[in-house]
Ligand binder design. Structure first.
Ligand code: ZN
Ligand code: ZN
Length: 610
């Protein structure tokens, strides 16, 4: 059983009084208790005061907890200095939150406890406190697996998705739509990505400060209209939707009417989603979910940050002709401690970028005067590896669709007008998100045909077969390695037809070593991952199975597409002689024969043969 209790559901400002007494006036604070009894607190708005008193009154419990901060806007941290268990010796707290470029979470929290504002400093709290700076990714607290995602807010903000057994809870405060233009039926790709983050959750707690009619005058404030939240949750197949971060001006009766309107909409659409406005003190209990565990594979890298210091004083190139906009962007970047090179000459920008590749490129897209989109494509296509994954931000009054956008995760849009705070939050997110601690494999140029060939084999997700397993066993024996695999690189994953020494059936493609071999269509041998900057920080190196040595031999389809590899893995650095490598070329040939016969069988089946 997962237990969720709301202690603060108001946004922006605490609001006591007759008009808010039913839903409550405390700002954001939610308590989540996992099936194993682990305590997680989401944000410490003024609701944290009551929660603290409640925890101290409990006679049982481990005196251990974690606080996850979405961001450090006041309404989410103001209860922190009033959260009593922080002052009590014997309590242990792990505190998590988004890492900015310039300032750690600890610095942000201690800022509101300087003597001008508060009589006690952070250092004087009696409990033991550990701080953890987070980026996008995932991490674990006891029996809770947590994924983080940057939200759309004028301060660097993380949403949290918690998986506990088969139950899942998402906390998304504060956030506003990426795009909400009336009459537009298509959903923006970033809003689709947001819906993916919510997908199949048992409970979504979401910023719903406004209604659509209020939102039109409050775009850029960083908060969502109820109608958008409901659309996202329905699209995501959410079971229960808790509207939260209620506007301080919202009365209880108004909230009742809003929920009633949402209910009418859900009934009309035949949706079975449960919707309510969260109230201070309310408890929600979640039994084992009936829906499947959503796909979290693409987030299977660590959310703990080690990149922020490396990004400090990184360089940004800004190529924007409008002087006002250029100044705003320059100040935003400098505010984050970044170095800035400015240019209004577009060709100059290309030269600048090639000469000394920056960490981020911001350029104008204002056709027909300036075609930033083409420039960014040219820079990427030039084949300079240093510019391959550099985030490029196009600044314009609308987002232009591009056919390659789906595959390009490092091109972003900044739509005018925007505030300086918003630009700063986005600059941080772009840099932190792209600061790859390992190099992901490039997409093979024949990816579409390649996937067609792989899927045509009808081999994915089939049972293990002895005819493959005996070859991998032999390979592991010859090489004296603990792990040997037949790995097939699918669209988003690598799936193992045969696995010796590894329990996993698949991993994400993001972290795949084999995807490099597939992309280059050639054998890949990494003698020591720790001294190879393509892999040193790969999650399969820094975490299980702790790969130190890797050798992959590409497997080809008769059509010429590269499908995957026969690969060998060791947890120690190794060196293979040419003779050994030759032996694996032979073994790989045997695997290819087996794949071909599988393919032939699939063809015969399709042709109605026996
Ligand atoms: Zn807020
Ligand atoms: Zn906020």
């Amino acid at each position: 059983m997962v237990r969720v209790q709301f202690w603060g559901t108001r946004g922006s400002l605490a609001k006591s009084g007759k008009a808010t007494h039913r839903y409550g006036g405390n700002t954001s604070c939610v308590q989540v208790t996992s099936p194993n009894g682990s305590l997680v607190i989401l944000d410490c708005g003024t609701g944290a005061h009551d929660l603290g008193q409640h925890l101290l009154g409990e006679t049982q419990g481990s005196k251990r907890g974690s606080i996850l901060f979405s961001h450090t806007h006041w309404d989410h941290i103001q209860g922190f200095p009033f959260f009593a268990p922080l002052f009590v010796r014997g309590w242990h707290w792990d505190i998590y939150g988004p890492a900015g470029l310039g300032r750690s979470l600890r610095q942000a929290l201690s800022g509101q406890m300087e003597s001008t504002y508060f009589p006690v400093t952070l250092e004087d709290m009696g409990s033991s406190i550990r701080f953890h700076d987070l980026v996008e990714g995932s991490f674990e607290i006891d029996d809770i697996r947590i994924s983080t995602r940057y939200l759309n807010h004028p301060s660097l903000t993380l949403g949290y998705r918690m998986e506990m057994g088969r139950a899942s809870v998402v906390y998304a405060c504060d956030h506003e739509p990426y795009s909400r233009s009336s009459g537009d039926n298509s959903v923006h790709r970033l809003d689709r990505r947001h819906a993916q983050f919510l997908a199949g959750a048992d409970l979504v707690i979401h910023d719903a400060q406004f209604t659509d009619s209020e939102y039109v005058r409050r775009k850029g404030w960083g908060h969502s209209p109820v109608e958008y939240v409901s659309e996202m949750c329905q699209r995501a197949g959410v079971r229960r939707m808790a509207l939260s971060h209620h506007d301080p001006g919202r009365t209880d009766d108004e909230l009742d009417r809003i929920v009633a309107a949402v209910q009418v909409d859900l009934n009309t659409k035949g949706s079975t989603m449960e919707a309510f406005a969260a109230a201070d003190g309310q408890v929600v209990e979640i039994k084992a979910a009936t829906n499947a565990i959503p796909d979290a594979r693409s987030e299977s890298f660590s959310a703990h940050t080690s990149v922020a210091p490396a990004l400090k004083e990184a360089k940004v190139i800004i190529g924007v002709s409008d002087p006002k906009l250029a100044t705003l962007l320059e100040e935003a970047a400098r505010g984050e401690g970044l170095q800035v090179d400015q240019t209004t000459d577009v060709d100059g920008l290309e030269q600048m970028a090639v000469l000394n590749p920056p960490a981020l490129i911001i350029l104008e897209d204002n056709p027909p005067t300036t075609d930033g989109l083409s420039i960014s494509r040219r820079l990427r296509a030039a084949g300079d590896l240093r510019l391959k994954d550099v985030p490029m931000v196009l600044v314009g009054n609308r987002e232009r669709s591009s056919s390659d956008a789906a595959n390009d995760r490092s091109t972003h849009w900044l739509i005018t007008p925007f505030s300086s705070q918003y630009a700063r939050a986005q600059i941080q997110a772009w840099l932190l998100r792209s600061a790859s601690r390992w190099v992901r494999a490039a997409m093979p140029p024949d990816e579409e045909q390649r996937l067609g060939a792989l899927h045509g084999l009808s081999i994915l997700d089939t049972q293990p077969e002895e005819r493959f397993d005996r070859i991998t066993r032999l390979a592991a024996e010859i090489a004296e390695v603990p792990i040997a695999l037949v790995s097939l690189v699918d669209e988003n994953r690598q799936w193992f037809k045969s696995a010796v020494g590894l329990d996993a059936k698949e991993t994400s493609r993001e972290v795949s070593f084999c995807a490099h071999s597939v992309s280059n269509r050639s054998p890949l041998i990494v003698q020591d991952t720790l001294s190879d900057e393509r892999f040193a920080d790969n999650p399969l190196v820094v975490g299980g199975p702790r790969i130190r040595f890797y050798a992959g031999f590409p497997l080809f389809h008769p059509s010429g597409s590269c499908l995957g590899t026969l690969c060998l893995i060791d947890t120690r650095p190794r060196h293979f002689s040419c003779a050994t490598i030759q032996q694996f070329e032979h073994l790989k040939g045997l695997i290819q024969q087996e794949l071909n016969s599988h393919w032939q069988a699939a063809l015969d089946g399709a042709n109605g043969g026996d």
